[in-house]
Design a protein around this ligand. Structure first.
Ligand SMILES: [Fe+2]
Ligand SMILES: [Fe+2]
Length: 368
């Protein structure tokens, strides 16, 4: 009886394709090249960290009444000055090139797929919120983190809508496809892999939003610069929390963590929105990534730079108490950053020089 309730792999894949309409020529799912390392005593290790997490991690969440809100940066629709404020906003965005809008839409869609990240963290051992109101520091973190993240997509979405520069219907279509497509960022249900992934990903998000702030300022929109800068500051705070969790785990289980870190590096850290699709462009994520690099929102050296930063933050070179496998893995991880930077530099020069302009439905099919 039980088995008849389950789809075969093929049926599940077909169903998912129908829902997400991802063309077989489109982005490939993350085929597992190796099983994620697993561990039997996650419970024991994380239990021993609970007091530490309450003192060091939960204070990094801000209470709702002390957090910025999207309305702090947007025209106030209830005020008499709304139409003037709206006109000013649209005037400011006139000086911003289409390629910038292409990237900010991609960033916003990534933020708007928040459901997928919450579902991911909740599918992870330890962070899993069994009752929906669990009071472990890990469940409190997962809910609080998602609640803070919720404002990012909300603010960018409203700003883009008010700008009148983008095709909101296409953007909302992309977001719906993206959430329906789900994501596999190679962390399975393993909390070691999850905290490593999010350390990397939050830093990457902070870099991208930070660069978008700098570019918005150059294009004359100080308001949008402030918006992107404010989101970047949140991402930095989240990065700090996840990085601390990983640092503590390295202290408690250096062998388990070095293997987990090497595993994530071999799988590469994927942007969570790599399955994005707008109903037209089978290679939308690649095209978005090319423009992201071309405008300098994320640079060739950044990927390797993040790895180098984290390896130094977690003192990976100085780890002691490693098994012989652990020591070999340590060497691999330490020399990887430079290799990665070289590969990324090649990708960036390709993105800048060789990639032809493509049209994006998000900006009314204009080419960038
Ligand atoms: Fe975010
Ligand atoms: Fe974030």
């Amino acid at each position: 009886m039980y088995s008849t309730l389950h789809f075969t792999t093929k049926e599940a894949e077909n169903l998912r394709k129908n829902l997400t309409n991802i063309s077989p020529r489109g982005p490939k799912r993350n085929d597992l090249i190796a099983p994620a390392p697993s561990k039997e005593n996650f419970d024991e290790i994380f239990k021993s960290m609970e007091g530490w997490a309450k003192a060091n991690i939960l204070p990094l969440l801000k209470p709702a009444n002390k957090c910025w809100k999207p309305q702090d940066f947007l025209p106030d629709a209830s005020s008499d000055g709304f139409h003037d404020q709206l006109r000013q906003l649209q005037e400011r965005t006139k000086g911003i090139p289409d390629e910038y809008f292409g990237v900010v839409v991609g960033n916003m869609s990534t933020e708007e797929a928040l459901q997928s990240y919450h579902s991911h963290i909740n599918g992870t051992e330890i962070f899993h919120d069994k009752t929906g109101v669990d009071d472990t520091p890990w469940a409190i973190w997962a809910r609080g983190w998602s609640a803070e993240e919720n404002r990012h997509g909300d603010l960018l979405n409203k700003y883009l809508y008010l700008s009148g520069r983008v095709d909101m219907k296409q953007i909302e279509t992309t977001i719906q496809y993206l959430i329906a497509a789900g994501q596999d960022v190679a962390t399975a249900n393993n909390p070691y892999l999850w905290t490593i992934y999010t350390s990397f990903q939050e830093r990457q998000a902070a870099i991208v939003h930070g660069n978008m702030a700098r570019l918005a300022k150059q294009h004359g929109d100080a308001n949008l610069a402030q918006i992107c800068g404010t989101i970047a500051a949140d991402e930095k705070r989240h990065e700090s929390a996840y990085t601390k969790m990983v640092g503590k785990l390295f202290e408690l289980d250096p062998n388990g963590m070095i293997i987990a870190l090497a595993y994530m590096m071999r799988r590469r850290i994927k942007m969570p929105s790599y399955l994005m699709y707008d109903g037209y462009d089978d290679h939308l994520f690649q095209h978005f990534s090319d423009v992201l690099m071309r405008i300098g929102a994320f640079n060739a050296s950044d990927y390797g730079g993040i790895l180098e930063h984290l390896v130094s933050k977690w003192k990976v070179k100085k780890l002691t108490g490693l098994s012989s496998e652990g020591r070999k893995t340590q060497d691999y991880v330490c020399e990887l950053a430079q290799r990665i930077t070289r590969l990324e530099e090649r990708a960036q020069s390709k993105a800048i020089k060789e990639v032809p302009t493509v049209s994006f439905s998000w900006i009314f099919d204009r080419k960038v």
